[in-house]
Design a protein around this ligand. Sequence first.
Ligand SMILES: [Zn+2]
Length: 199
Amino acid sequence: MTAPNKLRARTAAYDLLDELEIRNFPISPFYVCDYLGIQCHTYAEAPQFLWPNVNTLKSKHIDGFCYRRGVESVILYDDSQSHSRIRFTVAHEIGHLILRHHIAPPDDLPADDPRWAFHKDYKESEADTFAGALIRPAVLIRMHSINDTESIVNGFDVSWECASVGLSISKKFSYNWYLSQHPFFRDCNVRMPAPNESA
Ligand SMILES: [Zn+2]
């Protein structure tokens, strides 16, 4: 069984924020896709050859998926979901692509090996960690001493659930390391809307 490497996922998201020279939140995951050359389409815009697949995903309430074909990286997402859910879904799929989850798993399991289920779980967990770190970095919540969920919802344009998770992990002592060591936060001049400025 492979455990999720959340440190790697989180650091990959922070590295990307640094590379993008993000200075303001909320950020757009669609902008990140543009920067990375990832094509991003709604399910309705999916190429015809994917349609049987897309219909299955919709019937299972799966919000998005991604694939690589040659040099192309493509994300497809269900645009009938809420605004904040779409933002998280697209960021989650970027995570799968950045973390190279499409490459064979570490011990090259055959496709019918039941242990695949664990691999799938670790990938989902890592992609969720990446998505949260990208669109609502818990280190910024700590840095700006934000203590209420509503300010996080408004400041980062995320769902209540995503904001609550961010608030709780921002209190972890281990996050101090990022404040002093990671380049994105170390020299940080990132602005966030003040809590009472929120729309
Ligand atoms: Zn996923």
